[in-house]
Design a binder for this molecule. Structure first.
Ligand code: EPU
Length: 337
């Protein structure tokens, strides 16, 4: 067990924020994980997955355990379906590509989402009309205090929009070690509802798309709008899309008839935060090395040397302006640490 000391976490968070971990250890096996958990105080531990959904605003004066558990396995197969399992430390997009190579459908709309398999259930990642919960079977975990292994099934996870039990009542209690998904092995159910996907297919003259075509469409759409974290530090959507009541929505719509929205229920309307931020004049805005992306206003970026605090200050400024202009409170989607 060889801890690194005072290690920069810059390569371990997609925002590229340069803070230090007092101690750092990558974990490659379940045995190793248990061994460490047995030895250290639980309050001393900070769990790090893909680092793709966090804004680090300070040095981590703890023992950072970087979950690097690997492995991709086919667990069971019937005529139409297959269950696959991946280690928590597998890169999400590489795992999606692997499922597509095998001819398995279900995750194609979730192509190119940054992060690792083990952190995907925590916020129920979603994109282009599909969420992780749609193909999730279960995840294996280790309890951080008791070291007991426990499997969480779909019904246990309380998945919601960018939300799960692991973000709420069980926050910090369990370490996810692997995740199982149920995928289709034939007769794939393609999800092409999200407007930009059919547009892309049409433009590329693909009239009978397969799972790889959908994946290619999603990759192309994401690349055209969302910055690649390897080139420009970011954590994807910084805020959640707010859900407002009809009265609030109507009063905004009166002033801005072009406002995009999705009606979720009779009195629940989701408004794209990207539109609110753009309309408030922040698209492409920059303060030092912290900025708002020029193609997608929902994404905050680190041009190079921004500190977590600088990004957070910008986020706060945006929240205040949105509150003033639209009376809406924007809630961060990323974890602020
Ligand atoms: N919009 C603007 N200006 C912007 C950005 C968006 O007016 O700068 C408008 C668009 O014109 C469109 C609407 O907002 O009418 C929706 O935009 P988009 O399709 O880009 O999706 P989004 O609501 O901004 C959500 C997810 C993304 C996911 C996409 C596609 C959240 C917080 N974000 O973004 O997820 O990729 O839908 O499904 O729900 C992430 O979570 O990190 C993420 C990137």
């Amino acid at each position: 067990m060889q801890f690194s000391e005072n290690l920069s976490l810059k390569p371990y968070n997609t925002f590229g924020i340069d803070v230090k971990a007092r101690k750092f250890l990558s974990i490659y096996s379940l045995d190793e994980l248990k061994k460490v958990l047995r030895k250290v105080y639980k309050s001393e531990i900070f769990i790090l997955g893909g680092g793709s959904n966090m804004l680090l605003t300070r040095d981590i004066d703890k023992i950072v355990l970087h979950i690097a558990l690997s492995g991709k396995t086919i667990i069971s197969k019937t005529k139409n379906e297959v269950v696959v399992e991946a280690g928590a430390g597998e890169n999400w997009h590489q795992f999606v590509l692997w499922t597509l190579e095998q001819g398995f459908g279900g995750l194609e709309n979730l192509s190119l989402i940054p992060g690792n398999v083990g952190t995907a259930p925590i916020q129920n990642i979603g994109a282009y009309g599909v969420e992780l919960k749609d193909s999730f079977v279960s995840c294996k975990t280790v309890h951080i205090q008791t070291l007991e292994e426990q499997t969480f099934y779909l019904k246990d996870c309380d998945f919601g929009y960018r939300n799960s039990v692991f973000k709420n009542e069980l926050k910090g209690d369990y370490i996810i070690t692997s995740v199982q998904f149920r995928l289709s092995s034939q007769n794939h159910h393609l999800n092409t509802d999200y407007g930009v996907i059919p547009q892309w297919l049409e433009k590329n003259k693909i009239s009978e798309p397969g799972i790889k075509d959908i994946s290619n469409a999603v990759i192309a759409i994401r690349q055209s709008k969302l910055p690649d974290p390897r080139l420009l530090g970011n954590s994807g959507s910084f805020f959640k899309n707010p859900i407002v009541d009809k009265k609030t929505f109507k009063s905004i719509q009166e002033e801005y008839p072009e406002i995009p929205f999705y009606a979720l229920a009779e009195n629940a309307i989701k408004i794209p935060a990207g539109w609110l931020i753009e309309t408030a004049g922040f698209k492409g805005y920059r303060e030092g090395d912290a900025g708002v992306h020029k193609n997608q206003a929902l994404v905050l970026v680190n041009y190079d040397k921004a500190t977590g605090e600088e990004v957070l200050n910008l986020a706060t400024k945006i929240q205040q302006k949105i509150k003033e202009t639209f009376t809406i409170s924007l809630e961060p989607e990323v974890n602020i640490i």
